[in-house]
Design a protein around this ligand. Structure first.
Ligand code: GLN
Length: 234
C-alpha cells in the first residue's frame, strides 16, 4: 500500500506534506503508523504542484525511495502552491517499478494517486491505453478518459471506483486527485484522514499528532473546494 497526501488552501510548500510534519510522507515511507498492507513504501515517490508559469501542474516522480533523493528536500522547500499532492509507493506484487507506474499520474490540470490494488481486467475496458501496465496507471487512464469527456473530478473518481469495485470485489480503491482548485478522494478499502484549518489536508494517515484529524469512513467520497469539504457515500 502506498501513502498519499494533498493540500488545498493558502499556498504551502511540498515540504509541508513530506519533510516538515513529524509523520509526513518521508516518515510514512519507512514507518507508516496505520498501513494495513505492506510495511514500507520504498518503491518510489512522486509529487505535483501548480505554478502560475504553467497551465499544467509540475510533476516530479522517481523510482528510488523518497529518503534516497538527496535533491528532494531543497526542491520540496521551494515548490509552493495552494494545491499540492504527493505519494510514496509500495509496489503491489507483480507491478513494475518504473517512473510511469509511480503517482502522481497527470492529464491536463489533474493529478491522481492510487492507494490499493485492482485486477487490471476490471479497469482495462475503461481506457484504450495506460502509460504503464501498473494497475494504478490503468485506473488513472480510466479517470482521465472521464476528464476529457468533461466529468467533474469527484464524478470521474466515483464512476471508476463503482465500476472497478463491482468487477473486482477484492479491489482496494483509495484514489486521491486534484485539479488546482479542488481535491477529490475515495475511501474504498484503506484509511483516509482529513484535517481542516486554514485549508484542508487529505492524507492516508495523519501527518502529525495535532488534534482535529478525522478518519473518513470506508466507501465514501471526499470533495474539497474553497467552498468547504463534503463527505458523501460512494
Ligand atoms: N497497486 C499500486 C502499485 O503497485 C498501488 C500500490 C499501493 O497502494 N501500495 O503501485
Amino acid at each position: 500500500m502506498c501513502r498519499h497526501a494533498a493540500w488545498l488552501g493558502a499556498p504551502r510548500t511540498l515540504a509541508s506534506l513530506i519533510h516538515e510534519p513529524e509523520y509526513g510522507l518521508l516518515q510514512q515511507s519507512y514507518a507508516p503508523r496505520l498501513q494495513r498492507y505492506g510495511t514500507i513504501n520504498a518503491d518510489g515517490f512522486g509529487m505535483g504542484w501548480y505554478d502560475a508559469a504553467r497551465a499544467e501542474p509540475v510533476r516530479y516522480r522517481r523510482t528510488v525511495p523518497i529518503w534516497a533523493d538527496a535533491n528532494l528536500p531543497a526542491l520540496a522547500q521551494v515548490s509552493r502552491s495552494g494545491c499540492l499532492l504527493a505519494a510514496v509507493r509500495s509496489a503491489t506484487v507483480g507491478m513494475p517499478i518504473e517512473e510511469t507506474a509511480t503517482a502522481p499520474f497527470t492529464d491536463g490540470r489533474w493529478l491522481l494517486s492510487h492507494n490499493g490494488r485492482v485486477e487490471r481486467e476490471a479497469v482495462r475496458e475503461l481506457a484504450d491505453d495506460a502509460e504503464s501496465s501498473c494497475d494504478s496507471a490503468w485506473l488513472a487512464a480510466a479517470v482521465f478518459v472521464r476528464r476529457r469527456a468533461g466529468h467533474p473530478l469527484g464524478d470521474a473518481l466515483a464512476e471508476v471506483v463503482a465500476h472497478a469495485g463491482a468487477k473486482d470485489p477484492g479491489a482496494r480503491l483509495n484514489l486521491l486527485a486534484c485539479d488546482g482548485a479542488s481535491i477529490a478522494a475515495t475511501v474504498w478499502g484503506d484509511t483516509l484522514h482529513l484535517h481542516l484549518d486554514d485549508g484542508v489536508l487529505v492524507a492516508s494517515e495523519p501527518l502529525d499528532d495535532r488534534p482535529g484529524w478525522q478518519a473518513v469512513p470506508d466507501r465514501n467520497l471526499v470533495l474539497a473546494s474553497p467552498d468547504g469539504v463534503r463527505v458523501q457515500p460512494l
